[in-house]
Design a protein around this ligand. Structure first.
Ligand code: F6P
Length: 369
């Protein structure tokens, strides 16, 4: 087949922020289409923005992206701490924060790149928007298991995480049933409860606690006791890591000093388990699913979404739509402004159809019994 004519000769690509299933699918889609249809060379920077700052790269050929469709993680590596504008450098045995954006920019120029495709969530795209201001031609691809990036209906990685979480809830069901226990499962979702809502409903959770709806522990306990009274001898509580009690605080597990997003959450399930045993007098166990949700092979939906995102990103480069990212709106691929996407998080709205359906079915969100 004859190659299509385009002004683009060479592009860069990187994956940054937390990994998720489907990153390799985007790298594959971009590289295969660039080489096959347009004769565009593709340079992959390793470990997110770290590779751009340190000029750590690989030229991506067909053989590099062959056989990676089903592979979790990213063949390029990633980093959720490397930010060229606040880059941690070791000096005299201690770490100092330096602005290394000029190194990142000169590496982009050194490779004669016509554009850079950046695959990431809101932290990654916030850095991208600064680099755009500083003159780089950047197009984004939206990624996060949390699904909290605005301007796109779904990010890839989310559905795969929901499948993993739902399988875990299914497994907890049988042991909850055998032992007549309350089983709490803590899922990822820092500020948005998309994973907890989708997996909670799909997995038949009885109580779903999300960051958007602060919970009242007495209502949670009343709901569990009520179920017990009605002869339901076990209950499943699905909680997002970012859920917190009304007027209470987030459960922080650690602080990662040099990360753009310093706070790491985790442990709210243990706190809930203690409260439930004390207040409702029901035997309770907590499971924190953690990074399992970020691993494994992408679902077919995520593979197709990531393929469409990759293909759209390349089209945006060719059309010179810099400062935009591929996005899914009303079931269609489109371009969305990166600036708008990072302006505010996409939270679960109070009138989300799945949330309303769940409420109608007597599933508690911890605000009413
Ligand atoms: O944003 C994605 C996410 O998986 C969050 O849900 C979670 O809180 C965070 O990343 C964990 O980050 P880390 O991999 O640095 O522990």
């Amino acid at each position: 087949m004859q190659k299509a004519k385009t002004w683009v000769k060479r592009i860069g690509i990187l994956t940054a922020g937390g990994d998720c299933p489907g990153l390799n699918v985007v790298i594959r889609a971009v590289t295969k289409a660039a080489l096959h249809s347009y004769n565009i060379e593709v340079i992959g920077f390793r470990d997110g923005y770290d590779g751009l700052v340190r000029n750590n790269f690989m030229t991506l050929e067909n053989r590099d992206v062959s056989g990676i469709l089903t592979l979790g993680g990213t063949i390029l590596g990633t980093s959720n701490t490397a930010d060229p504008y606040r880059y941690a450098v070791k000096k005299d045995g201690s770490v100092v924060i330096k602005n290394m954006s000029s190194e990142a920019i000169s590496n982009y120029r050194r490779h004669n790149l016509d554009a850079l495709i950046v695959i990431g969530g809101d932290g990654t795209l916030t850095v991208a928007s600064k680099l755009i201001k500083d003159g780089l031609n950047i197009v984004g691809v939206p990624k996060t298991i949390d699904n909290d990036l605005s301007e796109t209906q779904f990010t890839f990685g989310f559905e795969s995480a929901v499948v993993t979480a739902t399988e875990a809830i299914d497994k907890l069901h049988s042991t909850a049933q055998s032992h007549h226990r309350v089983m709490i499962v803590e899922l990822m979702g820092r500020y948005a409860g998309w994973i907890a809502l989708y997996a909670g409903v799909a997995g038949g959770g009885d109580v779903i606690l999300i960051p958007e709806i602060p919970y009242d522990i007495s209502k949670v306990c009343a709901k569990l006791v009520e179920r017990h009274r009605h002869g339901k001898r076990f209950s499943i509580v699905v909680v997002a890591e970012g859920a917190r009690p009304k007027g209470g605080k987030l459960t922080v597990s650690r602080i990662v000093k040099n990360s753009p997003e310093k706070i790491r959450l985790g442990g709210v399930a243990n706190r809930l388990a203690e409260d439930i045993e004390k207040m409702a007098n029901l035997e309770t166990r907590a499971t924190i699913l953690g990074h399992v949700q970020r691993g494994g092979t992408p679902t077919p939906f995520d593979r197709n979404l990531a393929t469409l995102f990759g293909s759209k990103a390349l089209e945006l480069v060719i059309d010179k739509k810099f400062g935009f990212m591929a996005a899914l709106k009303d079931g269609h691929m489109t371009a969305a402004s990166i600036k708008k996407a990072i302006a505010k998080l996409k939270l679960v709205p109070a009138d989300h159809p799945l949330l309303l359906a769940a409420r109608d079915m007597n599933i508690s969100f911890g605000d009413v019994i």
